[in-house]
Design a protein around this ligand. Sequence first.
Ligand SMILES: Nc1ncnc2c1ncn2[C@@H]1O[C@H](COP(=O)(O)OP(=O)(O)OP(=O)(O)O)[C@@H](O)[C@H]1O
Length: 655
Amino acid sequence: MDPMPIHSPHGKAACFPMVSCDCAMDEVIELLLVNGRTSVTVAGSDGGPCGTFDLMAHLLRVRQGLACGPGEAVGGHLEAPGEEPPAQAGSLWREVLHSMLSGTEKPMVALTDGAERVLFANASLRGAFPGLFPGPSVTIPDLLPGHPVGRDADNGAVSFWFVQNQQRAFMVLRVRPALDGIGALVLFELTSQLSKGYQEALDEVDVLKRVLNTVEGLQVVDTRGVITLVNESFLRIHHLTREQSEGHPVTEVIDNTRMHIVAQTGVSEVDEIQTIGGHEYVVSRIPIFKDGKCLGAVGRIVFQDFQEIQRLALKAKRLQMELEALRKSKGKAHADTRFSFEDIVATCESSLLAKERAMMGAPTASTILLLGESGVGKEVYAHAIHNLSPRYSRPFVRVNCSAITESLIESELFGYEDGAFTGARKGGRAGKFELANTGTIFLDEIGDMPLSAQAKLLRVLQEREIDRVGGEGTMPVDIRVIAATNQDLWAMVEQKKFRRDLFFRLNVIPIVIPPLRDRPGDVKALAKLFWADLQKTHGITTKFLTEGAKHLLQDYPWPGNIRELHNVLERTFTIVRDNLISEDQVRMILQGVGSSAGHVCENEDCPLDEVVEKAERRAIGFALARTNNNKAQAAKLLGISRPLLYRKMHQYDIS
Ligand SMILES: Nc1ncnc2c1ncn2[C@@H]1O[C@H](COP(=O)(O)OP(=O)(O)OP(=O)(O)O)[C@@H](O)[C@H]1O
């Protein structure tokens, strides 16, 4: 039979030849597909027609499980010899196939039925998915998981997708209906085989996408203030989806935005603070211009945490100051100050705040009022402040206002002239203010200063001049004042025990140093520091506290604050002989030196029975700690009987 005329993709008539009966099945199918045919006349070994290969009938057999291998000869699968049926696959097949195949060396083609089963896959496609072919019923979703084929995207006659599968990107073209009106012809093409220009454009888009994703919280709005683009970081930071942001007015999406204003005015806003969802961000909003016309604005987050910046700025300032102080200390600080800010342990928010405040106030000439319970470190702060002030190399004079009797306070503070009173030292004597001239005077326990002396102090602070007792004329003094108290000065003002005008004179930079019980982090850090000092001082590096002992220290309320912590650790170190010190041993020490026992005999007016109780409590606590709670040994150590020890322990509630 003569070859039939067919239409070439270019519209010219062409002849369609018979195929030989020993041609491989898939080659014949491919030939039919490319030419938009469903059947072909097959020539026998004598060159004459011996039957027809019909694609539809063949695929039906495949569907029924009667498939033959792709390399099998077509001659074994012929329909009865007869007239060649007319070409029935539409020109759509032909044109689409031809345009796709013309630029491709090895087209990948599949024919599917209505259930997405692959009835035919050509050699290229089988080669691209070696793990799947040959397989009994491979489906399109097996080839491309996540592919929309078979779902709602597959309504049109021709559909087109880009699909990613195992690091390979495919362009997928699907033409339907195919064959019996329900299946489809599916063409796959690796995008790397696409034309070079197209691939480059895709690459460029990919690079741009990656660049955009490096910007924090990127958003673009048009002149109406509608979001046209956001990046992944924006979605992540604001917990939004693309659908919730793109296409919506920015004012409805982001709190306190000004993007719509910048898109309107064309005026940039750089490094502004914006509160979004209660969180402060530093943002920049830049207008986009084209040919002098504002097209919208692009916004980005410069810093995600404004408070973090503030903290960093403060830290930088503090470091700068510490550096400055160190530099100065090389030029020799005054011998009367032992501490600098480096010695002040502060890890908790409240103590850090106090430390930062003190560091900010230190270089100024302002009066500083240190407030806090006994033992929190007020004197340590006073030293550090002086050392960080421009007066660091000048005198630092401490006055314990509670220790000076009322009759002597004037001469102590302001000095006296020769013969000012009976018993006055020959040649007179300089007072504390005079000694502190050009430096700092530290008025400790200022709340204990008698009212009469307060009036004189106020005058000195106002006039900045002093009169020696018995002297004639005044002497100017250049003094920086730091005062400290553990009393509630304002309550004292209200009770008329402290002068209101003096209070205001002193309360210029008040700094509250929190009690140790409010800063457990500091207990840990201070204990570590003190313990290391003790190891060094005693030359013993093998003594340690158990974790339980450390926790006990952290949970203890420390009524005597840092002073008490230091004492307890020192006693523990020296009294307990074991290398690993237990929680119980520390508890004994705490019971011995604890709140009520910490200040034995410090007060001259302490009644004898109280002194005895404190001393006994302390001795029992130490003995129990030293003997690791062994009552017999502790009693022996104390030189008392065991029953007496038990009685005393019961009496003092020592467990
Ligand atoms: N931040 C700190 N870091 C290290 N040691 C400290 C710190 N604060 C205080 N100390 C130590 O604690 C002890 C008590 O400190 P300080 O005398 O300054 O307290 P205070 O508040 O002035 O007490 P008081 O009101 O009883 O005079 C001192 O031995 C000091 O060395």
